[in-house]
Design a protein around this ligand. Structure first.
Ligand code: 26M
Length: 818
């Protein structure tokens, strides 16, 4: 018999070296005497995978034994990025692996670059899920994530002649060592069909007779915590043809067609939908949502029933978190299972559902709230539509008792939107059925209460909360900025901040210390060098390390105002062009860096990308300008590009029109890395000001309470001459493509400037000038930079997750013994 410890893998460099060679030979099937970087990466990651699996098994066993209340995090999107570095750092064996690889003639960093990103998400919401999974694991919470295993992640952006083109991201091409296929964990998911009235035990009831079955197969992705044995599970579902054959078509001899049709089932999990906030009613998207929700709930209910036989215990053992409304059909599905299958009766089922679900919304735009056409839902999920109608009937009856027959309010709050096309309002459904509705920042919560969900807030004020977003310092400092990590640990005399990021505040007392300042600048310069090399390789543009690296990286959207940034760059270019030679010496050199994807159907966003390239073409090739101004667009922005760009930037821009960014999490990553922020008072920026003080950042622009008055002024709104001048340059074809840019210019002129670029332009330029002045004073700048990192503690996802655990989910840590 083995002693338990015998099966544990050893982590000293010699054992790791042997283990890597084992995987070269037997997993990758290459000769252990001859393998390249990619093969070495594959072997290395399989070796890490083994260690993850060990901890993962122990954690799942321990959770099972302890049977605590668990959190299930349902999200259609997870932007995990790369796993290798993160895993070995969280496992605490990075140095041992690096030593083992050196013996084999490889460098850890080089192999880490071989990995592609797991990009199963669009942007903020999806990366937030990934950061939160890291915190859930690190803080030992008994939690599990559920999502979809898309075969194609977010499209790859390629730029041809300055235009964005989309290419498929077939990320599984070279295998994925970070997942474990669970062929035996699979569930049948049903669609279409009819609802039949039946009599069961002398009771009339509605029974769904589905028409199509697809199989959901589990793929488990272990998520290791930092400094703990706990390794939680991210379970992603893939669609496979069902094992239930349609004998009819096989018997009629149409074998080929029968096989081809079965194969169509797989399309459900084929591709991630790019974020299109004004999208409505795509059948495949709805199928994805239900497929994922149904499989997850079957899994959760099976786990519950393994130990419990009374559903009244369900809310005490299960918290279900809806990441936006995308998984909100889970509410209806749980009702259906409890009423139709478990036969609990409506009232008991309703009580359980309401105590189990909570919902977080990630938007402020009412037009971005998800709606599903009734016809579509009725054909795909007929029984679910009935249940929604029943929920709505009860809700509206209740509401009438509370507010009387105020029909306009009743119709606004109804889950069913009447009109030419009848829709189900998924946000209303979620609010009615969840015990808690969370916003993602303080001001977001205010907007939800005062505007977006005002009527619901008046009805149920106690349901509304907020948890300001956070990001994980493990990925955004430890993995991506190892030099800063080492420096911070040296000055704080401890690595404890990696799990308790509030300790970063300890840097405040050294903010003016010349030695720290010197070392701090050194770290920044080394990171800027890496970024400069990348920029040159990607775009051929050589940039000076003395210049201020000014960065805006995020999805391209009008409200995020990349256009304001570009118009500001045109203004800067124009000023330098018209300067006396002697004045040019005073110009603070800048490298302006933009990156981000535009949704494929979002024309204006695509034009912004093209404008950026057109301006870059002119500016970068102008001999009068030289190193004083460079503009680079980094193609195919994703998580691993962010890991490279953020540590190497001096200044970052978060310049959405006030009242439009629910939170914003990019700013927090820059803040942690000591990059100064140039920002509007929007979303989480307002809270960053509270932490580091307005003097340590560059703020500008209309305030949230001014926006609607300014908008109402329309064409009467005063706009500075400089603004008119730069827009005119674009209009007149100074950067070429005159006709193409016309509609883009139209969005910001003649009273149509919805996002107030014209109004905010002067204060934007003034603030940019203030940033220039601060940069010249390197001592002041470095002090501000240190204070940014020192003040970033509140923006750790550890804090967010602890708040959720305590105030929303009611779960407690469950630490697997080491
Ligand atoms: C919609 C329809 C069809 C396909 C995809 C979508 C869709 C996908 C993602 C719509 C919105 C999606 O994400 C919204 C989002 O990322 N919101 C951001 O969430 C962050 C985390 O809370 C916040 O920091 C950002 O402010 C917010 O914009």
């Amino acid at each position: 018999m083995f002693e338990l410890m015998d099966v544990f893998l050893k982590n000293d460099p010699i054992s790791l070296e042997k283990d890597i060679l084992y995987h070269v030979e037997y997993t990758v099937a290459r000769s252990r005497f001859n393998f390249d970087d990619f093969e070495a990466y594959q072997a290395l990651s399989h070796s890490v995978r083994d260690r993850l699996i060990e901890r993962w098994h122990d954690t799942q066993q321990y959770f099972k034994k302890k049977d605590p209340k668990r959190l299930y995090f349902l999200s259609l999107e997870f932007l995990m990025g790369r796993s290798l570095s993160n895993s070995v750092i969280n496992l605490g064996i990075r140095d041992q692996y690096a030593a083992a690889l050196r013996q084999l003639g490889f460098e850890f960093e080089v192999l880490a670059e071989q990995e592609g990103d797991a990009a199963l998400g669009n942007g903020g919401l999806a990366r937030l899920s990934a950061c939160q999974m890291d915190s859930l694991a690190t803080l030992d919470y008994p939690a599990m994530g559920y999502g979809l295993r898309y075969q194609y992640g977010l499209f790859r952006q390629i730029i041809l002649d300055g235009f964005q083109h989309e290419q498929p991201d077939y990320w599984l091409n070279f295998g994925n060592p970070w997942e474990i296929e669970r062929v035996h964990v699979s569930y049948a998911v049903k669609f279409y069909g009819t609802v039949e009235e039946q009599i069961l035990n002398a009771e009339k009831c509605n029974i769904w007779v589905p028409g199509e079955t697809v199989e959901a197969v589990a793929y488990d992705n272990p998520i290791p915590g930092y400094g703990t044995r706990n390794t939680i599970n991210l379970r992603l579902w893939a669609a496979k043809p069902s094992g239930q054959y349609d004998m009819e078509s096989y018997n009629t001899g149409d074998y080929i067609n029968a096989v081809v049709n079965r194969q169509k089932a797989e399309t459900i999990s084929n591709v991630l939908y790019p974020d299109d906030r004004s999208y409505q009613g795509k059948e495949l998207r709805l199928k994805q949502q239900y497929f994922f929700v149904s499989a997850s709930l079957q899994d959760i209910i099976r786990r519950f029933k393994d130990v419990h036989d009374n559903f009244d215990d369900f809310p005490g053992k299960v918290a279900l978190q809806l990441n936006d409304t995308h998984p909100s059909l889970a509410i209806v599905e749980l009702m259906r299972v409890l009423v139709d299958e478990e036969r609990l009766g409506w009232d008991r089922a309703w009580d359980i559902v309401c105590k189990t679900f909570c919902f977080t919304t990630h938007t402020v735009l009412p037009e971005a709230l998800e709606k599903i056409p009734v016809d579509l839902l009725g054909s795909l999920l007929p029984r679910h539509l009935q249940i929604i109608y029943d929920i709505n009937f009860n809700f509206v009856e209740e509401l009438k008792k509370r507010i009387g027959l105020d029909y306009s309010r009743l119709s606004l709050m109804s889950i069913v939107e009447e009109g030419a096309v009848k829709n189900i309002r998924m946000a209303n459904l979620s609010i009615v059925c969840c015990h808690t509705i969370n916003g993602v920042s303080r001001v977001h919560a205010e907007l939800l209460k005062k505007r977006v969900f005002k009527d619901f807030y008046e009805l149920w004020p106690q349901k509304f909360q907020y948890k300001t977003n956070g990001v994980t310092q493990r990925r955004w400092i430890v993995v991506s900025n190892p030099n800063l990590c080492a420096l911070v640990s040296k000055w704080l005399g401890t690595e404890a901040w990696i799990c308790n990021v509030d300790l970063l505040a300890g840097l405040q007392e050294f903010a003016s210390n010349p030695d720290l300042q010197q070392e701090w600048k050194m770290v920044k310069t080394v990171n800027k060098m890496r970024l400069a090399e990348y920029i040159e390789a990607m775009s051929g543009v050589k940039v000076s390390l003395d210049a201020m690296f000014d960065v805006q990286i995020k999805r391209i959207h009008e409200y995020k105002r990349q256009l304001l940034n570009i118009l500001g760059i045109i203004h800067r270019y124009d000023c330098i062009k018209n300067m006396e030679k002697s004045d040019k010496r005073k110009v603070v050199p800048r490298v302006c860096i933009l990156g981000g994807k535009a949704a494929p159907g979002y024309e204006i966003a695509k034009k912004i990308i093209k404008l950026c390239h057109a301006v870059a073409e002119k500016v970068n090739n102008d001999a009068d300008i030289g190193d004083l101004l460079k503009l680079v667009f980094i193609p195919d922005y994703n998580v691993s590009v962010a890991e490279l760009v953020i540590p190497g930037s001096d200044l970052s821009q978060h310049i959405s029109t006030a009242g439009h960014e629910a939170s914003g999490t990019g700013s927090m990553k820059f803040l942690m890395n000591g990059c100064l922020l140039l920002a509007t008072a929007d979303g989480s920026t307002v809270e960053i000001i509270d932490e580091i003080g307005a003097d340590n950042m560059f703020l500008f622009g209309a305030k949230m309470n001014e926006v609607s008055t300014l908008r109402d002024k329309g064409a009467a709104l005063k706009v500075p001459l400089q603004f008119a001048r730069v827009v005119r340059m674009v209009r007149d074809g100074y950067f070429g493509f005159k006709d193409y840019f016309k509609s883009l210019c139209d969005t910001v002129e003649d009273g149509r400037d919805f996002y107030l670029l014209g109004h905010d332009f002067s204060s934007y330029l003034e603030t940019q000038a203030a940033a220039d002045r601060a940069f010249v004073d390197q001592e002041k700048w470095t002090r501000m930079s240190i204070l940014s990192t020192a003040g970033s503690g509140r923006f750790s996802s550890d804090r967010t997750i602890e708040e959720y655990a305590e105030k929303t989910w009611g779960i407690e840590p469950c630490k697997c013994p080491s």
